[in-house]
Design a binder for this molecule. Structure first.
Ligand SMILES: *[C@@H]1O[C@H](CO)[C@@H](O)[C@H](O)[C@H]1NC(C)=O
Ligand SMILES: *[C@@H]1O[C@H](CO)[C@@H](O)[C@H](O)[C@H]1NC(C)=O
Ligand SMILES: *[C@@H]1O[C@H](CO)[C@@H](O)[C@H](O)[C@H]1NC(C)=O
Ligand SMILES: *[C@@H]1O[C@H](CO)[C@@H](O)[C@H](O)[C@H]1NC(C)=O
Ligand SMILES: [Cu+2]
Length: 661
């Protein structure tokens, strides 16, 4: 028997990601370190804002150098680039945008007050403070008592309020959603229905309270998902499995540069976006040079509108990245459950409201995936006297983060393949938001209850998930074009063949942004990003193809509905815009209570030239979610995603040259 390699202890692999940047490994795109965050925030606290009665940090992140400077740095012209930070802070009821020159003694180079619509994200700390308010609010204490509950079994959470046509810029508000724990940890299955609690965040006080009706709280039995709480009869037990790489890991991480197989990329983290992949390039088999594929990619926004128009539910139209910060919602990952035991785990950090760095342990994991799948294969039976079977095992490198935004968990993967493909995966799981109802059986329901009865007194409410990616592809250089290669049926009319029809391909190169708005599935087509200045030896333009892997839902809300105005880009899956450093967040920089005046669809209206230009693709993975009983008490992962796949990028299949193990 072979000696069994023990899986590495995860603690040995603890890799202090955000703490690890030494000056020797400096890269201009490295995220801010905890000490940089501290210093920047200290500087601001002792600046002209020192006299403000309130000062709170809502975003502290790298202000990356301009793209030409990064590209020059990358190609070896390593002029000292100034390291800068971008900060959004609130002081005395105003939103400040500050730029800090870290390289120049952390000087504040500009401070501009933002006076447009919308607010920065709602901080974790103010969500917690707001959630504590009801417990000293007499009407709420009454409401709890009236329902026969105890205060100590009630938990409240802050919910953003959206915008519903109010004319004047209002206040920073949140609604509180309250739940009952009791005999379960699955609080989302036990909403305290009928109560509306509105909080002014700047004043930190309850400004409106309403107890409209008492609805029975769904029972706790059967909702706790912990293994220790399950009772017989049990389901099947599977055998444990372990991933072992006898020769060690196949990837290296140097500072923030990850190298594996034929891929190299920069891995960063941002409080708003989560994982950021930059400067991803793939090796050319012919001459071992690296060719650029992606300048930068990350999650830009997650829009989650619920489909219940009632008083307690209509405003639940969440923008998870802009309103809460998707990155800072990263869950510490558990080896063997979230990632293989031998994955490399990395910490991440962000600035807390007080400007102190907050570290999220094991926020990311990186691992190789060997799943026993072929990457290609063929058996040749037709040559007389012999059978040839050949193929290669598939392998890929995965970067994973799990964002937990209250009830929902999103498992987000970047998967790099030797074939040159990048696959992006989104899996939704967690607890479906439910509404308490009087119904215990479907036969009792007489009108549209906006959901599915998933347990007694428990309505799983209809909703959507739209996860929008920012993808600045640079296929073999920055100037690219977007081509919609359409498949058109041709009727044969001249009688020269027994066939009556066939299809052929008509490529349409997008000239301006208007041509870059694509509703997938409206007609058969390939969506390509090509470099019009680079061709293969055979003369095809080198390119990458975008392939959706399911989950292509687009919004069904009416165009004049307020949440839809704010997320107007969700009517199409694909948008192509001209590169502009400040256009990164699909629902606008200030998303909380935004009004749709600064979003992807608005930028696209400029109708800039996008042919043979530096262009950005925006792709939305979309799910319509009609809950079912299996989504209760906890939802099995539901997967969607897309693939960026080389298309006439290589001279031939690069996998043929992979040496087998
Ligand atoms: C850097 O900034 C600090 C704090 O603002 C100040 O005390 C110090 O004199 C500055 N150093 C230089 C070289 O300007
Ligand atoms: C390497 O090969 C690729 C693909 O044929 C080509 O585009 C690139 O220019 C080559 N680079 C060098 C340095 O020869
Ligand atoms: C870049 O985007 C910002 C924000 O949308 C806009 O104000 C600015 O005019 C844009 N610049 C160009 C050159 O389009
Ligand atoms: C990209 O295209 C623009 C507009 O034609 C041009 O100014 C620029 O020089 C091109 N860049 C490269 C790297 O070819
Ligand atoms: Cu869902």
């Amino acid at each position: 028997m072979l000696p069994m390699a023990l899986p590495n202890l995860p603690t040995l692999l603890l890799f202090l990601f955000c703490l690890s940047r030494s000056s020797a490994r400096y890269h201009p795109l490295d995220p801010l370190t905890p000490s940089e965050i501290s210093t920047i925030c200290r500087t601001i606290k002792s600046s002209h804002l020192a006299s403000s009665k309130s000062l709170a940090f809502h975003y502290v992140g790298l202000d990356e150098p301009d793209k030409p400077d990064v590209l020059a740095w990358q190609s070896g012209r390593r002029a000292a680039l100034h390291r800068r930070a971008f900060v959004i802070a609130r002081a005395d009821g105003q939103t400040h945008e500050l730029y800090i020159d870290i390289s120049n003694n952390n000087s504040i180079t500009s401070d501009k007050i933002y006076d447009g619509f919308g607010y920065p994200r709602v901080n974790v700390e103010e969500q917690a403070a707001a959630s504590a308010l009801p417990f000293n609010h007499t009407p709420f204490v009454e409401s709890v008592r009236k329902r026969g509950l105890e205060l100590k079994e009630v938990v409240c959470l802050a919910s953003t309020v959206g915008w519903f046509g109010e004319g004047r810029q209002g206040r920073r508000l949140v609604n509180l959603l309250c739940f009952v724990t009791g005999d379960t940890v699955n609080l989302y299955t036990r909403p305290l229905e009928g109560v509306t609690i509105l909080v002014d965040l700047d004043a930190m006080e309850i400004v409106a309270y309403k107890d409209r009706k008492v609805v029975p709280v769904p029972k706790a039995a059967g909702t706790d998902y912990r293994a220790s709480k399950q009772e017989p009869p049990f389901g099947p037990q599977t055998k444990p499995g372990v991933v072992v790489q006898p020769q060690g890991k196949g990837f290296t991480i140097d500072g923030h540069i990850v190298s594996w197989s034929n891929w190299v990329f920069h891995l960063s983290f941002d409080a708003r976006a989560g994982v950021i992949i930059s400067l991803a390039s793939v090796q050319e088999t012919e001459n071992w040079t690296h060719r650029s594929v992606l300048y930068r990619g990350h999650v830009s926004e997650l829009f989650v509108p619920y489909m219940n128009p009632s008083e307690e539910w209509y405003y639940r139209t969440f923008f998870d990245a802009g309103e809460y910060g998707f990155g800072l919602c990263a869950s510490p990952l558990e080896p063997m459950m979230d990632c293989p035991a031998d994955a490399t785990f990395m910490d991440a950090c962000y600035a807390g409201q007080d400007g102190k760095p907050v570290v999220i342990p094991n926020a990311l994991c990186v691992f190789e995936r060997y799943a026993g799948d072929p990457s290609w294969r063929h058996s040749e039976f037709e040559i007389p006297g012999k059978v040839v079977t050949e193929g290669r095992a598939d392998a890929s490198l995965v970067v994973r983060m799990v964002g937990t935004i209250a009830n929902y968990d999103y498992v987000m993967d970047w998967e790099f393949k030797i074939s040159g493909s990048i696959k992006l995966g989104v899996q939704t799981t967690g607890v479906v938001q439910v509404k308490a109802t009087p119904y215990a059986h479907v036969d009792q329901i007489t009108e549209d209850e906006h959901g599915t009865l998933v347990a007694e007194n428990t309505m799983g409410v209809y909703h959507d998930h739209y996860i929008t990616y920012y993808l600045d592809l640079d296929i073999d250089g920055s100037n690219n074009s977007f081509v919609n290669s359409k498949l058109k049926t041709v009727r044969v009319t001249d009688g020269g063949t027994p066939r009556k029809s066939y299809w052929t391909v008509v490529g349409e190169t997008a000239k301006t942004e208007a041509d870059g708005r694509v509703a997938l599935g409206s007609e058969p087509a390939y969506q390509l990003v090509v470099n019009p200045n680079k061709r293969t030896k055979l003369g095809n333009n080198v390119g990458y193809r975008l392939i959706s892997n399911g989950a292509t839902a687009t919004s069904l809300l009416s165009d004049d509905d307020y949440p839809q105005i704010r997320a107007s880009y969700t009517k199409k899956q694909l948008w192509v815009t001209a590169y502009n450093k400040s256009e990164r967040w699909a629902a606008g920089l200030y998303t909380d209570q935004s009004r749709g005046d600064d979003n992807l669809a608005v930028w696209s209206q400029r109708n800039r030239v996008i042919e043979d230009r530096d262009i950005v693709l925006w792709y939305t993975v979309g799910f319509h979610h009609i809950p079912c009983q299996e989504d209760f008490p906890l939802m099995p992962t539901l997967a969607g995603g897309f693939e960026l796949r080389p298309y006439n990028f290589f001279e031939s299949n690069p996998l043929i040259k992979i040496r087998p193990h």
